[in-house]
Design a binder for this molecule. Structure first.
Ligand code: C2E
Ligand code: MG
Ligand code: MG
Ligand code: MG
Length: 281
């Protein structure tokens, strides 16, 4: 009986695997056309300076408006883009668009000091022309390097090559900053922190969201803030959803916050309105 059940189970599993594979394949085909069909967009989520409540910058987040599926989450299509190598062209487009947008805001709001943060995936990070690409994007957008931050996850930094390290060095000379994304979820070894020119640690949302309800998570956040301080790095908390966690982060003197309590990621037009209204959270 167990055998029969096992077999039946297997068939269901195969069917599901099959559906999954077909879905991935369709996504891949559609994603190949997404750029030329102008289905991709960049959304912007403000990073808030916790000391004065002003906008410190924006994180650029990719969105895909699929003609039939509607809005597809980056959690779904970025992995497909990585597996197929499409992330290289998509990632460059997102960086171009985000830098061009910040440059336009600088023209519209004289004296604007806001920065733009762009996520860089492992595949992009491994490209030998990473530094050339970023410098070209900055030049085309007429944006100074000090306004650009690149968000890289711990696991990508851990697996990076000598070449990537050299690229970071070149970009650092142009004052581009580097940020460790989802900090605390990747690796237990912290040795990469002194191998790379890291400027900012971004505490993963999973700790921030639970800090108000679990003392352990509050302590992890405290420890990361202390670590950033002693390494002379800045610290951002992502996933700030409640006023309680916001108040606690201010108490702990975290530098910046990002989350729904301030604003979700919004399109360029809504982000322009945000800048114009000079919010103070
Ligand atoms: P991430 O870089 O850690 O980005 C933060 C994610 O948290 C975003 O999800 C954002 O919408 C979401 N978020 C912001 N505030 C809150 C909050 O208060 N609560 C909760 N629950 N979530 C919040 P999103 O936009 O769906 O992106 C998901 C992930 O996809 C990103 O995580 C990043 O790893 C990846 N991604 C997005 N855009 C790009 C891109 O242009 N390039 C690459 N390589 N990866 C991207
Ligand atoms: Mg990020
Ligand atoms: Mg993150
Ligand atoms: Mg995250």
């Amino acid at each position: 009986r167990a055998k029969v059940q096992g077999k039946g189970h297997c068939e269901v599993f195969d069917a599901r695997m099959h559906a999954f594979a077909i879905n991935q394949l369709n996504l891949e085909t559609d994603l190949r056309r997404a750029l030329e069909r102008h289905e991709l967009a960049v959304y912007y989520q403000p990073l808030v300076n916790l000391a004065n409540g002003g906008i410190e910058g924006f994180e650029a987040l990719a969105r895909w408006q699929h003609p039939e599926r509607g809005l597809v989450s980056p959690l779904e299509f970025i992995p497909v883009a990585e597996d197929t190598g499409l992330i290289v062209s998509i990632g460059r487009w997102i960086m171009q668009e985000a830098c061009r947008q910040l440059s336009a805001w600088q023209a519209q709001f004289p004296g604007l000091q806001a920065k733009i943060s762009v996520n860089v995936s492992g595949v992009q990070f491994a490209q030998p022309d990473l530094a050339d690409t970023v410098l070209q994007v900055l030049e085309d957008a007429r944006l100074e390097g000090r306004y650009l931050k690149l968000e890289i996850t711990e696991s990508v930094l851990m697996h990076s090559s000598e070449g990537a390290n050299a690229a970071l060095g070149r970009l650092q000379k142009r004052e581009v900053q580097f940020l460790v994304d989802d900090f605390g979820t990747g690796y237990s070894s912290l040795s990469y922190l002194h191998s790379f020119p890291i400027d900012v640690l971004k505490i993963d949302a999973s700790f921030v969201r639970r800090m108000a309800v679990e003392a352990k998570h509050d302590e992890i956040v405290q420890a990361i803030v202390a670590l950033a301080r002693s390494l002379k790095m800045e610290v951002i908390a992502e996933g700030v959803e409640t006023l309680a966690s916001l108040a606690r982060l201010r108490e702990l003197k975290a530098d910046f916050g990002q989350g729904y309590v301030f604003s979700p990621p919004v399109d360029a037009q809504a982000a322009t309105h945000l800048l114009a209204s000079r919010p103070h959270w």
